[in-house]
Design a protein around this ligand. Structure first.
Ligand code: 6R9
Length: 645
């Protein structure tokens, strides 16, 4: 398809974005039609989509299919991580749409009987097991607003989220397997709830490890389900389109994580349309997304999107390299995967082992491949295209973020496929006015680096009532102030002469470590909470596999000694206080941090020193410091770090 034809079509959808999204919304089943497509909400830049309309996400994902010929179609194929002596998975569970529907109904009943009602909040701290999507669907069914917390996060991180949301109930598991190791999740959950108002904990038995159960507070899910009839039905609540489906916490530049609210109706419309355009999902397809449901990719494209589309979804519990680096290719062969959605970090890691582990397995079913989470380098793209997809499958890099709810920039094999280019994100999807602009909001010239912004509201954007949970003012400041009146993504991007967008990375102090979004500020807060640390600054440095890793500059309090032992201690501390994903790849002890006269840390200096690189072009104003000042601090710091080894 030629680019100009797509752009002509795209322009019409953006000019009449209201009419366009209204048409898309008609593809869903609504309990009550909307009165207005989009309206301003009570707070600045909070928009209400499909006002007056009513629907239920759990209904769209389950009931609709359970009433159709898809009733006996497999919804989830779940594979646990542990394997037997021959490398065969020890547990595979399959759920048809009807079975999933029944399980979710019984689960919804359990939550009602525990006292949860529409508008209440619950937190979910579960590994990649079928009970995770089931819990999300059961809570959505009764209108309970939930937050999923990544199972690799620490007790502290869990507690912050539970408290901010005001969750009364926590759903967790005894344990799970990760790279062959048993992780005792309940222990972490127990530690977290000590500093929260959680009244009840529902525990899923996954690993069978010994856990402490507190009488009156903790309940095994299988005990709660024992008395619930097999065919019990909990009618789905007819929810306003603007009713929050979930809150997902994500890292920003400052302060505690931001609770991004997603509504029901707008979010459902965006997911439904992108499943078609981006993944071209067909009824005979098997779809495999390798993300973790603890992040937004899993919410949108392992749970709600593909279930709405009635797809057969492969869900895998563990890591791609357990017991060997063939695991994902085995899975693709075992289930005949057609659509594969993965991450650049995993691709770069697997590439190192050459083509043999891939080629040993049949990939002839693969039809479409996409990556997500961070920029994909051309070499990784080529490997996906040439080796994994045998030059047969379009390979894309879908750009979006927690805040956007779903994919906004991507190749669109299910709609009109424009020519592929290694490393680009492609063109904005229909109805999305994405643009690369300068500080003032003027479109940047092709080839010129600028900020990526979204200039018109879209369904799936942060939802009512406040965009960010309880923080409408912060929501306005973070996203709508930087470039006046348009949605600021925080990403640097370049548009090429064809109009393709190439997102280059974050323009702020947010890191993408192996695709995981981590705020440097959060890590700095963790470090300074350690008894030995006076001051800390964290920057990202390029990493061949993970894209980026955090490096910490630490000023110790007097009486403490830097060096290997202290570095180990601090790394362990970060792992335990935040989560393993944030462990710094290096800790550099310095006597002071380079700062501007106004006291702002010169991060460019830190980045240059940490990565062993140069200061780069000092004319692009990233720091508020004078050029001389920057150079001088750089030299000084470099000397000090070299001296310290
Ligand atoms: C879905 C997700 C969002 C940030 C985003 C950007 C980066 C995501 C990308 C990409 C280049 C892609 N990002 N996809 N950068 N190409 N295809 O990752 O959400 O965790 O909120 O992160 O990830 O920097 O701003 P989230």
């Amino acid at each position: 398809m030629d680019i100009e034809a797509y752009k002509r079509f795209w322009r019409t959808t953006v000019e009449d974005y209201i009419g366009f999204w209204e048409k898309e919304a008609r593809n869903l089943e609504w309990f009550r039609p909307w009165d207005h497509v989009v309206e301003k909400g009570e707070h600045p830049f909070v928009f209400k989509w499909f006002v007056g309309g009513q629907l239920n996400m759990s209904y769209l994902c389950l009931d609709r299919h359970a009433k159709s010929w898809r009733k006996n179609k497999v919804a989830y194929i779940w594979e646990g991580e542990p394997v037997d002596g021959d490398g065969k998975p020890l547990s595979i569970r399959k759920y048809t749409y009807y079975e999933l529907y029944r399980e979710v109904n019984r689960l919804a009943h359990v939550f009602l009987s525990l006292g949860l009602r529409k508008g209440d909040r619950a937190a979910i701290y579960l590994p990649m097991i079928p009970e995770l999507p089931m819990t999300m669907l059961a809570l959505a069914r009764i209108g309970v607003i939930f937050t999923v917390v990544f199972s690799g996060f620490s007790a502290e991180n869990l507690a912050i989220r539970v408290n901010d949301l005001g969750a009364k109930i926590l759903v967790t598991a005894d344990g799970f397997y990760r790279r062959g190791r048993l992780i005792n999740l309940k222990e972490v959950a127990d530690k977290a709830v000590e500093s929260t108002d959680v009244e009840k904990i529902v525990v899923v038995k996954r690993a069978g490890n010994e856990v402490a159960m507190k009488e009156g507070r903790d309940f095994w899910l299988h005990d709660l389900l024992r008395t619930v009839p097999e065919n019990l039905v909990v009618e789905p609540e007819s929810l306003d389109s603007t009713h929050p489906l979930y809150v997902l916490y994500t890292s920003g530049t400052t302060g505690k994580p931001k609770g991004i609210i997603h509504d029901t109706g707008g979010y459902a419309v965006l997911l439904n349309s992108t499943m078609k355009w981006v993944f071209d999902i067909r009824d005979e397809d098997v779809y495999f997304c390798t993300a973790d449901i603890g992040w937004v990719t899993g919410h949108s494209y392992i749970v709600f999107g593909p279930l709405m589309a009635g797809a057969t979804i492969v869900m895998y519990e563990g890591t791609p390299d357990y017991p060997t680096v063939e695991r994902w290719w085995q899975i693709i062969e075992r289930y005949g995967v057609n659509v594969f959605y993965t991450t650049p970090t995993a691709v770069r890691m697997l590439m190192r082992f050459g083509n043999e582990p891939v080629k040993k397995h049949d990939r002839s079913t693969l039809r479409i491949i996409h990556s997500v989470g961070e920029p994909i380098n051309p070499a990784a793209w080529r490997w996906l295209f040439e080796v994994v997809g045998e030059r047969r499958c379009p390979v894309g890099s879908t750009w979006w973020m927690t805040e956007t709810g779903g994919i906004l920039i991507s190749h669109l094999p299910g709609l009109m496929l424009t020519p592929l280019k290694p490393g680009t994100n492609g063109l904005p999807i229909p109805g999305i006015d994405a643009e690369v602009v300068d500080e003032k909001g003027n479109a940047a010239a092709p080839g010129q680096r600028g900020y990526l912004v979204i200039r018109k509201p879209w369904p799936g954007m942060p939802g009512p009532p406040t965009g960010m949970w309880k923080e409408p003012e912060r929501y306005r400041q973070v996203y709508w102030e930087k470039v006046n009146g348009v949605f600021f993504t925080g990403d640097y991007a370049v548009k090429d002469f064809d109009g393709y967008i190439w997102v280059a990375g974050r323009a702020d102090e947010v890191l993408k470590v192996a695709g995981h979004r981590i705020g440097t500020y959060e890590l700095e807060s963790v470090l300074v909470s350690h008894a030995a640390v006076a001051e800390a600054a964290v920057v990202g440095v390029p990493d061949e596999i993970k894209g980026e890793t955090p490096v910490a500059f630490v000023v110790l309090k007097s009486g403490y000694q830097g060096g290997g032992e202290m570095a180990q201690q601090l790394m362990k501390y970060v792992r335990e206080t935040y989560g393993a994903i944030a462990t710094p790849s290096g800790i550099l002890f310095v006597s002071k941090l380079p700062k501007t006269r106004s006291g702002k840390i010169m991060r460019r200096v830190l980045r240059a020193v940490a990565s062993g690189g140069s200061l780069g072009d000092l004319t692009t104003l990233e720091d508020e410091a004078a050029v001389d000042e920057v150079k001088e601090s750089y030299e000084q710091l470099l000397k000090e770090v070299r001296r310290g080894g």
